[in-house]
Design a binder for this molecule. Sequence first.
Ligand SMILES: Cc1cc2nc3c(=O)[nH]c(=O)nc-3n(C[C@H](O)[C@H](O)[C@H](O)COP(=O)(O)OP(=O)(O)OC[C@H]3O[C@@H](n4cnc5c(N)ncnc54)[C@H](O)[C@@H]3O)c2cc1C
Length: 478
Amino acid sequence: MWTSASRKLLAFVAGLSLMEGVWAVPIEPRENQKKCRKTTVVVLGGGMAGITAAQALANQSITDFLIVEYNGEIGGRMKHTNFGKKKDGSPFVVELGANWVQGLGTKGGPENPIWTMAKKYKVANEYSNYSSILTLIDDYETAYAEVEQYAGVILKENLQDTSMRAGLALKDFKPQKNMAAQARGFNALAKGMASTFLKPNDSRLLLNSIVTDIAYDKDSVTISLNDGSCISAAYAICTFSLGVLQNDEVSFTPKLPDWKQTAIAEFQMGTYTKVFLQFNETFWDLDTQFFLYASPTTRGYYPVWQSLSTAGFLPGSNIIFATVVERESYRIEAQDDEVTKAEALAVLREMFPDKHIPEPIDFFYPRWTKVPWAHGSYSNWPVGTTLEGHQNLRSNVGRLYFAGEHCSAEYFGFLQGAYFEGQEAGMRIAGMLGKKCKNMEGGCGEYKRYEALHGTTRFAEFSPLNGWDVSSFYVAGK
Ligand SMILES: Cc1cc2nc3c(=O)[nH]c(=O)nc-3n(C[C@H](O)[C@H](O)[C@H](O)COP(=O)(O)OP(=O)(O)OC[C@H]3O[C@@H](n4cnc5c(N)ncnc54)[C@H](O)[C@@H]3O)c2cc1C
């Protein structure tokens, strides 16, 4: 089996033999080389993008595919865990990753497909009630509207790009939150979708299977797994997160071309952490969903708290969670649970000075940047990144295609971004395999890519060819 380690060893030994002129390169006898399992399309990753990619193939009667997934279930960053205790001793279930449908759709326009599926697969959901932070949201919307106008001017006049944070700061708005509806059991969406084309215990879904190397050329793809087995396919769709690609969790043979490596290195992976606490009572107001805390000294220090004890969520659970992002996320990820727990409790005691706040009976937070199958929460568009640069993140390299939320120019970071990009990669490959290509606007077959990048994005480049659809349904904050 050609693991990346054995390839490296062989290359090293071969290099030595050239230098010394004495060592023979050991060639594995053909009969010892393992036969790879064969399939037409191998989908790498069983998150939202992987499932929509496989669904798009199945919809075009391409049933000879395999889905390879690191974890013991599908859903990817739609991830939950048991937490705390109910009265009967059984645990509650909390979502560690995605659990909000961000942007349901605009009136009269297309609906967010994630919202459509949440309804279809009856994923319990609840609208967020912002009354506790409404003033803030009003301020945000006013500032956002003005920044959005300016973004149009930047685009039309090809001015230098600026960040949304900088734009909002200029409008005197500093916080950054944008939420829509709250739901739980989110990976039920992926499972519901998968049930439309996979049978129970379908042998085409390989769970607990870790990809270590992806070898590609213009005719085929060979995937090496950590158990020593391999899969050879006509096409592959890699839906691993940007964090996985940036952290070299998987090797590529040959190395990805420079234009692809640059795109991977330049786009950003952000982090977002939910810190869960369960108490033996709900000492906060039961009717309030959100509480804000503004640290007098540290920006982003446990700023948003959400009650899960409130009706519509996990009533009676006595669970509250804090959300921290970016710099603060990295900081708490690096420290012990006990230190973070003490900080969070001190904040709560400041927020509710008249209450006696005991030690929590349970405490947990995930460390997303350290998860080897994610390395972060979701991608962010760095200032100055052009649509051409981003398009290279989407583009295929030979028979190796890419999808995932980071590949979406319009909805990067969101589930709907993963949904659309998985679907598009699946449809393009269906087209390559001689099936009907339904991806009319974005084009069929190989993705457009740019070997040389321009400094800015020209107006004409905002087109489906670069992953930018003419009509978008998403309206921030709605
Ligand atoms: C804390 C948090 C909160 C979020 N909140 C929201 C939200 O409210 N709303 C929203 O729309 N989005 C939210 N997101 C983002 C959303 O979860 C992602 O955009 C979406 O799930 C990405 O789907 P994907 O298929 O692109 O990638 P993933 O879900 O990462 O799927 C990729 C799959 O590849 C697998 N994989 C990785 N490496 C390997 C390997 N070596 N071998 C085999 N398999 C591998 C992974 O296990 C994973 O299942 C949140 C994310 C986080 C982390």
